[in-house]
Design a protein around this ligand. Sequence first.
Ligand code: 1HN
Length: 348
Amino acid sequence: MDTAVAANTAVRKQFYEKISSDQMTPLWEVLHSLVTPVPKTPCLPHVWKWDTSYKWLLEAGTLISAQEAERRVLVLENPGLRGQTRITHSLYAGLQLILPGEIAPAHRHSQSALRFILHGSGAYTAVNGEKVFMNVGDFVITPSWTFHDHGNPGDQPMVWLDGLDVPIVELLDAQFMEKGEEESQETHIEVNANLAEFGNSMKPVEYRPRSKTSPLFWYPYSRTREALETMKQHSDMHDCWGFKLQYTNPVNGDWAIPTIGTFMQLMPKSFKGKPYRSTDSTVYVVVEGNGMCVVGDSVLEFGPKDVLVCPSWMPHKFEISDRSDAVVFSYSDRPVQQAFDLWREQFG
Ligand code: 1HN
């Protein structure tokens, strides 16, 4: 560096220090890391293997009760976002264990939640006074600001993945939370009435939506699986994702949760998917089958109950083993990006 440039650099630095005490900073020093030609995410590809996750969950089960913890959850923290309680820049994921006889007390918050059931049966979740018993592969919604509690009157440990829009709500400083007056809600509606009312392409004749979230809050795996199997018999297969459905709000056809897009896809055995990328960093949860997902330079091998994360704009492709079809649930912030004309995708 010649002396004129060095002097100039020193003068500039002094200037930055002077304006700093007045809470100012020069844009030109950060502009190009702020506005980049393509997405630059700190999120890294990663896979959480079920055997390891379940081992730590069971150990957590010996250390604290669901009631004391309020929610006994091990957060899946993206390796590029440690300490930030999130799996992608915009979304949260955790694995929740509820042991036989336990309850997780009622509360409500402005964050929306999804549950995707991984292991066991016999536990329920109650949402706004309605109770559903959950099974592996079911997708369950807790809409923003609805009271919810969980309980396990059965005889097996139960584990599900919680997906929440916590980082989005935090970005907007719109967090509210309240504990329920009772630990377990009085459930006044018959178990499974929700599916009868909203899960049959019909709705109660006087129903008026009070929120953007789907009034159907339980999407049982048996129905999703049957739909995918039928698509496999009768529809064309996509080169990148096989057969893929998105969960919808049955009264308006929109996303089931306004901030979180949710999907289930079937990829047949021996499937070799073509590369794909999109701006919504995506969390994949494996229900059935084995294979690998090549994300950028990482090879993520997966089997049932594993959780994978693919960062924004990183090309990824799936390869499925020749033993059986794979069924994979996924969620991302796609509805938020689409609402603001930000979402992009690219094939190949
Ligand atoms: C929550 O309410 C639950 O209700 C699980 O089961 C995980 C993570 C962050 C904030 C609220 C639940 C959560 C959560």
